[in-house]
Every structure is written in C-alpha cells, then in structure tokens.
Design a protein around this ligand. Structure first.
Ligand code: SAM
Length: 270
C-alpha cells in the first residue's frame, strides 16, 4: 500500500513494528487501538501522528508501549483446575503412552510464558506426578525479552507465591534475600527463548503438552488459526493443548483436536 494514502493509525502501527521488531499484523485492530490509546492518554498525546514522532525521539516511550501491548498478567497455577487436571489426569496418560515406547522423557511448552509463573507451575505439577527418574524438559517462550529475563531468573516476591501450597513452596523455592528463588531440581530443566507466536516458524514436533493460555485473546482469527495449526504440528500424536479459560478454538482447527475438558479448555491432538 502507498504510504502517503495510509491513515495515521496504520502508519503508526507500521512504525511500531519497524522500531520494535514485533509483527503486529496478527493482532486484532480493536485490541491494538485500545492499547495504543491507553498509552497515549497516559502521556496526554491525542494525535497518532504526534505520538509517532514522539516514538522516534523517545526510546523509553517505545519500551512502555511494548509493555502495554504485550500485557504480561500471570500467576502461579492460574485458574487452578487446568493444572490439577494436568497433574492428576494428563500426566497419568502421558506416562502410559511413554511406557509403551520405553521413553522416560517428557516435553512441555509454555507458549507466552510471561514472567515464568506458568512454566514453573508446569514443572512443579509434572515433578509431583511423574516417577523421580523421569526427565522433564520445559520450553518457555515469549515475545517480551524483559519478561523472559525475569522468567529465567525465577525470583519472586512473597505475594507472588503466597497462594501456593506451603509444602510445594518449601520444596521448589529457596530464600533469596527478601524474595524466593526457584530451586534447581534434578531431572527438571527449563529453556527460555524469545519467540514470536505470530511470526516464527513451528518448533519441535515432540511436545507432550502445549500450554498457550491467555495469549490468543489478543490475536485476530487468521492468526489464531495459524498458531493453533503450528501447535498441532509441534505436538506428538495424542499430545495435549491447553488454552485459556475464556478462549476458544477457531472452527477451522476444531477437527484437528478432540475435546478432553470443556471446563479447562484441554484438547488432544488427533
Ligand atoms: C496475559 S500473559 C499470559 C501468561 C500466561 N500464559 C498465563 O496464562 O498466565 C500473555 C503473554 O503473551 C505474550 N505475547 C503476546 N504476544 C505474543 C506473541 N506474538 N508471541 C509470543 N508471546 C506473545 C506477552 O508478552 C505475555 O507475556
């Protein structure tokens, strides 16, 4: 499209993509507009053109905008029941399948892992449910490098872990000054990687479960279909996909999965 005929909002999103490296095409326009307007109101700018010029001069504002666009709200064992289902039912099924192939390695992916609460929740559930000598590998990805850094450090304040069962708290966290740091646990490993779900190519085909919770709410339908198809490719046959409680699978990809739990939004790759 000729840049001179583009409206100021489209020009602005193009500029944001170019400066931040984040491809915004997959996000819903209404979502982008709401979040950008929020940022503009915060610094009392009312015109997209003025805001675009400001972004040229002010790196801090670009960072603040990226923070606003990639909302990072998360918590340990978020919504609780999907994690209980994962620990009590899915892992039992995964153990059975692995035993028939004589493997003791399980792989999980936390896609859109934010500050790490989700991958560590997965790790804790898996460690609690699997035999001690099994290897658990957790791949945790996010588009936001600041979040990924926090996630890989694994340090949380008291408030963040206070809802966790005290036994699990003692077992999986150690004191680190005033905070709590995730412990190194034998046979449980985490890999953190910067990965854009709207753009990067599909990863390994061997995940036993993919968690992608509370991420696709920001994406448009086309992007959701592309992303879920990629997850389908990344899962082993019979592997599970867990999405957010308020999210739904687009009709185009429904036939790729069997519903395991309507309440917890858990699906199995057919
Ligand atoms: C609301 S948090 C959800 C965190 C966690 N999954 C949960 O349910 O608590 C959404 C996360 O998705 C990430 N995100 C947004 N767009 C993304 C993209 N295109 N690729 C990868 N991650 C993205 C954000 O940076 C943010 O950390």
């Amino acid at each position: 499209m000729d840049v001179s005929t583009m409206d100021p909002f489209n020009l602005l999103t193009k500029k944001i993509s170019k400066s931040s490296g984040i491809i915004l095409d997959g996000y819903r326009d209404s979502y982008l507009k709401r979040r950008i307007d929020l940022r503009m109101r915060a610094i009392e700018v009312s015109d997209y053109k003025d805001y675009s010029q400001l972004l040229d001069k002010n790196e801090d504002e670009l960072a603040a905008l990226i923070d606003t666009l990639t909302v990072n709200v998360t918590e340990f064992m978020r919504d609780k029941t999907p994690f209980v289902y994962f620990k009590d039912k899915l892992i039992a099924d995964i153990i059975e399948r692995k035993q028939s192939s004589q493997s003791k390695l399980v792989r999980f992916w936390s896609a859109g892992c934010s500050n790490g609460e989700e991958p560590y929740s997965i790790g804790i559930c898996a460690k609690e449910a699997l035999p001690k000598d099994w290897n658990i590998s957790i791949y945790a990805t996010d588009i936001d490098v600041k979040c990924l850094k926090n996630a890989s450090e694994g340090v949380y304040c008291q408030d963040k872990i206070e809802k966790l069962d005290p036994i699990l708290k003692d077992k999986y966290f150690e004191r680190s000054e005033d905070n709590f740091k995730i412990k190194n646990i034998q046979n449980l490993s985490y890999r953190f990687k910067n990965y854009d779900l709207t753009n990067d190519s599909p990863v390994s085909k061997h995940f036993d479960t993919v968690f992608c919770r509370n991420v696709m709410i920001y994406f448009n339908e086309g992007q959701k279909v592309k992303m879920i198809s990629n997850f389908h490719e990344s899962l082993t046959k019979g592997g599970y996909l867990i999405i957010g409680k308020s999210e739904t699978l687009p009709p185009e990809v429904r036939s790729l999965f069997e519903t395991v739990s309507v309440r917890d939004k858990i699906y199995m790759k057919i």
